[in-house]
Design a protein around this ligand. Structure first.
Ligand code: UDP
Ligand code: MG
Length: 333
């Protein structure tokens, strides 16, 4: 039987309560050397707050023995849950697996490489308690390579802020605190964890950011390079679309279709009139091609709008997903 420290036993009674105050979710991919130090640092920092908590480390198919380190550690520690994925899925699915397992009323995420500082957690929780649904970390003094990491990230942050309408300085920072209801409302795909604040904003969350510490990587290496920029841009388009049109695609496609169709018909009518009444030859006029093109595009866009409208209904109704989010209801039941 693995032994527990006295401190662990003291906390076990709190930890086994029906709902925890806090779940700390950490995605892990080849971070064997940092795990033990990280888990201890999180525990030290969170115990300071007197909250009941759990730490969930999700091993994302590591090949360096991280999973074994985690399993051994989870046997020894009562506050640690190790979730081992079958293969490497990526940071977003790893975080989603952690969210699925989490029981806390508040969820904090951070990286498994000790770049985020667990000592910042109490400060983030305090901020959350000021009445926010999401508190995002801002790595003001980010310790990563300037040219390949900081510059693309700076540009990406400006674009994301513009496109999504959520004004944050640093979307890439994993250190964030959420209310768990918010997490339950958001579905993650692709590499959308970077857009969680934007998705949260779509769900009507109150969002803020606080400066956090950031350290250079001590062990292992970064899992990302420049290639990530392109994927971020693609994800950004998805988020942009979701934000604008998720519940009313016909307004976009239908409107475009109607305008295109109307312009096409106007040009076609003009050509028909001058052909019939003024007996002019219209066969060699570029306007004819444009008219045909606009009419076809218009019909296509319009039909596409109808189809997406159906798809959207399936999306919402199949999972009983409301098209609104209630913050609170006051008054008698
Ligand atoms: N990570 C993961 N699965 C992956 C890639 C990364 O779980 O396929 C985890 C990784 O272990 C780390 C976090 O995601 O905890 C962030 O990765 P990394 O530190 O390489 O990113 P950076 O800090 O360089 O942006
Ligand atoms: Mg890192």
């Amino acid at each position: 039987m693995p032994s527990q420290s006295i401190e662990d036993r003291r906390f076990s009674s709190i930890i086994n309560s029906p709902q925890l105050d806090l779940s700390v979710v950490v995605p892990i991919y080849n971070e064997a050397e940092s795990i033990e130090m990280l888990v201890q640092a999180i525990a030290d920092s969170v115990r300071e707050t007197q909250l009941s908590y759990e730490i969930i480390c999700v091993d994302d198919g590591s090949k360096d023995g991280s999973s074994q380190v985690l399993i051994d550690l989870a046997r020894r520690r009562i506050d640690l849950k190790a979730v081992i994925l079958r293969r490497n899925y990526g940071q977003t699915p790893a975080m989603a697996a952690g969210f699925e397992t989490a029981e806390g009323k508040i969820i904090v995420t951070l990286d498994g490489d000790l770049q985020n500082d667990p000592a910042d957690i109490p400060m983030m929780l305090a901020k959350l308690n000021e009445g926010y649904d999401l508190v995002s970390g801002w790595r003001k003094n980010r310790q990563d390579a300037a040219l390949t990491r900081l510059l693309p990230s700076k540009i990406a942050n400006i674009i994301i802020a513009r496109v999504t309408g959520v004004k944050l300085h640093d979307y890439g920072c994993s250190l964030k605190a959420y209310r768990s209801e918010l997490i339950a409302d958001m579905n993650l795909y692709g590499e959308l964890h970077r857009f969680l604040p934007a998705l949260a904003y779509i769900e009507g969350a109150r969002i803020t950011e606080v400066p956090v510490r950031h350290h250079a990587r001590r062990f292992g290496e970064s899992k990302y390079g420049l290639g990530r920029t392109i994927r971020v841009v693609m994800d950004l388009m998805t988020v942009f679309f979701m934000k604008k049109f998720l519940t009313r695609p016909m307004h976009v496609f239908g409107l475009g279709g109607v305008i295109s169709l109307a312009a096409g018909i106007a040009m076609g009518s003009y050509l028909t009139i001058i052909k019939i009444f003024f007996n002019q030859n219209i066969g060699d006029r570029p306007l004819l091609i444009l008219a045909v093109l606009l009419i076809l595009t218009g019909v296509q866009l319009f039909c596409f709008g109808l189809v997406t409208e159906l798809l959207m209904r399936t999306y919402h109704e199949s999972q009983k997903r409301p098209i609104y989010r209630i913050r609170e209801v006051f008054g008698k039941k």
